[in-house]
Design a protein around this ligand. Sequence first.
Ligand SMILES: [Fe+2]
Ligand SMILES: [Fe+2]
Length: 331
Amino acid sequence: MTSTAPVAESLDSGQPGKLPRPRGVLSKAVIEALKRDPSEPTSFPAVPEGVDALGGDVQLALYVCYELHYRGFLGVDDEWEWNTDLLALRAQLERQFLSCIRSSVEAGSDAEADMDEMSVEPRSGTGPSWYLRDRGTWEQMREYLANRSLYHLKEADPHAWAIPRLTGNTKASFVAVEFDEYGAGRADRMHQRLYVEAMHAAGMDTDYLAYIDDALPEMLAIVNLMSLFGLHRSLRGAVVGHFAATEITSSPGAARLVTALSRLDAPPECVHFYAEHVEADAVHEQILRHDVVGSLISEHPELETDVVFGMRALTLVENRFADALMDRWTA
Ligand SMILES: [Fe+2]
Ligand SMILES: [Fe+2]
């Protein structure tokens, strides 16, 4: 497999995505509403107690609500972002999502212990990166890349919401890592851009949100968790823990994907995206551990339980995604 055309600037037009296909009553109500005028009053269905908060319908409805804070949607009025009827619905969805995550994650209060545990790389594993490294097919790799595009095309954006909520050394160090994610001042090195180039080289659709209809509910939950943490000041401890866990666990997984892509003779742009993360995230890990998490906890010890919650919540949603994908591949 070789790379297709030289990558043009136009690969990422900066355009918003198209509205996705609904996955149930709630996502349908949101998607249909967005086609209308936001100045007209809209009544949304109530979110039933005990709804499947991790299921495709709730997760897509939330994803669409959050996307209004990122690029929005083609043909959708930007004023929907602050529509109070929609925000009220989003609050109900978030409450159920957050309580579901909280009840599935064991509470902890020692962030360093969790980070130490995450840093120890197991010798073997059963998730998608292990499978792809050893025997995954190119089709399975593309399915993985398609799912991950929901995050990597907005990589670093969800965590950026946290910046104004932080102060001092925590903030300065957090921004130093984000600066790298955004290409350290060079658009062609932005991780979002590197992913566009990887997808293009793999012969995939590089339009923003191109694969949202194909994404597993578990993948939507991965991105929604970051948006939820980033957009709530009350969850600033969780977003810091989430960012730390992301950076600590990224490097070994990226290394397995480098091996997988090389084994599959994938275009160099695909390998490059993950190779970049092997190196960069080994450095980011250290900054996150000591300068971001360390500083936050020394200044705000009361946030430590939420830092741990953010780390464990990431592990939970990532494990659910890994299990769902492996179920498909090994069925
Ligand atoms: Fe990155
Ligand atoms: Fe990173």
